[in-house]
Design a binder for this molecule. Structure first.
Ligand code: NAD
Ligand code: TYD
Length: 349
């Protein structure tokens, strides 16, 4: 089995690469990543020596390159995570999201279809998506796989579009695809622009914690390791053409989560309880800020038997401990010096 994982140097992708390498020593895993600001090979330093791991630096928006890559490697499957992933950046530069998330996905679909041809036995194209495609909930209800798409941000619109293209390649060309839509992830190796790692970093440095609006928006948080496990289950057991929602039934308003995070950080840093919360600073709300996400993942639990492995309190504590124990990773990422890692490690080899 040879699987192409795109975006494997990013946050979730690095956990997926690690999970598959550790669990399936007989699989070859090729990680294709452009190494944008969000891609960091240091995220894989514990597994990059494994004999069944390969890294290819490349861009999914380059259709010719993808055709050559697929022709050369005979992949059995694709797990596609490469994307521009940050909502705030999508508000500043929407076009980058259309190019990478929509066109990049279509390029991958084209390459898989062209090279696999009619020989589809055992093949699988797995597209990793987000619950944000479903839009925003009021105070009740949950997103199911039947919820209509209603994206609001350029990020979620680009992911919704890519989901539609993946389904179209299944319905029109018979490509064996599967899609999952997951809620907000947290855990180690997340770039400190997203809420939890940004706030951990700011608390360490006693910098203000910029809470958008009133902090009332609600997100449904899942530990990234549990997402990687769900991806394994869906890759191997999911039905062709189906969609699976992934989530941990774990809704938190931003301000409640931030207060919990501040308490954990105070304890771990030996600060007086309440000290970090004083850093909270309410700032102008995000444009088009979705009020509430909540995922109903009962189909995945019922049909494929997946359940999250740990509580949020435990997962958040482990995450805080990881960031505190990996201050070098954090300072490399925030200073941008990790971006020289590729040149140092790979150029001239
Ligand atoms: P990330 O931003 O941490 O990583 C994205 C990776 O994709 C990076 O390594 C980057 O270098 C790579 N990449 C970007 N553009 C590329 C291109 N043109 N060619 C090749 N590689 C490219 O993102 P993440 O948070 O790990 O998210 C991964 C996937 O999971 C995305 O598709 C995202 O939409 C989806 N998702 C994320 C969350 C979340 O909470 N983070 C939740 C649900 C779904
Ligand atoms: P984020 O981690 O960007 O994920 P997403 O927007 O994809 O859900 O943000 C999570 C929530 O936290 C979201 O409601 C926006 C809010 N937020 C802040 O209040 N301040 C911040 O600095 C950031 C990055 C996010």
């Amino acid at each position: 089995m040879h699987i192409l994982i795109t975006g494997g140097a990013g946050f979730i992708g690095s956990h997926v690469v690690r999970h598959f390498l550790n669990r399936y020593a007989d699989y070859t895993i090729t990680n294709l990543d452009k190494l944008t600001y969000a891609g960091n090979l240091a995220n894989l330093s514990d597994v990059e020596h494994l004999p069944n791991y390969r890294f290819v630096k490349g861009d999914i928006t380059d259709a010719d390159f993808l055709m050559r890559l697929f022709a050369e490697h005979h992949f059995d499957g694709v797990i596609h995570l490469a994307a521009e992933s940050h909502v705030d950046r999508s508000i500043t530069n929407p076009t980058a999201f259309v190019v990478t998330n929509v066109l990049g996905t279509v390029n991958l679909l084209n390459a898989a279809r062209a090279i696999w041809g009619a020989n589809l036995e055992g093949k699988r194209f797995y597209h990793i998506s987000t619950d944000e495609v479903y839009g925003s909930l009021g105070s009740d209800g949950m997103f199911t796989e039947e919820t209509s798409y209603d994206p609001h941000s350029p990020y979620s619109a680009s992911k919704a579009s890519s989901d539609h293209f993946v389904r179209a390649w299944h319905d029109t060309f018979g490509l064996p695809v599967v899609i999952s839509n997951c809620s907000n992830n947290y855990g180690s190796f997340q770039f400190p622009e997203k809420l939890i790692p940004l706030f951990i970093n700011n608390i360490i440095q006693k910098k203000p914690l910029p809470v958008y609006g009133k902090g009332e928006n609600i997100r449904d948080w899942l530990w990234v390791v549990d997402h990687a496990h769900a991806i394994d289950v869906i890759y191997h057991q999911g039905k062709n053409g189906e969609t699976y929602n992934i989530g941990g039934h774990n809704e938190w308003s931003n301000i409640a989560l931030i207060r919990l995070l501040c308490r954990i950080m105070d304890t771990k840093l030996g600060r007086a309880v309440g000290e970090s919360e004083k850093l909270v600073s309410y700032v102008t709300d995000r444009a088009g800020h979705d009020l509430r996400y909540a995922i109903d993942s009962s189909k995945l639990q019922r049909e494929l038997g997946w359940i999250p492995s740990i509580t949020f309190a435990k997962g958040l504590e482990l995450t805080v401990e990881w960031y505190l124990g990996n201050s070098e990773w954090l300072s490399n990422v925030t200073s941008g010096s990790y971006q020289h890692y590729y040149e140092e490690m790979y150029c001239g080899r």
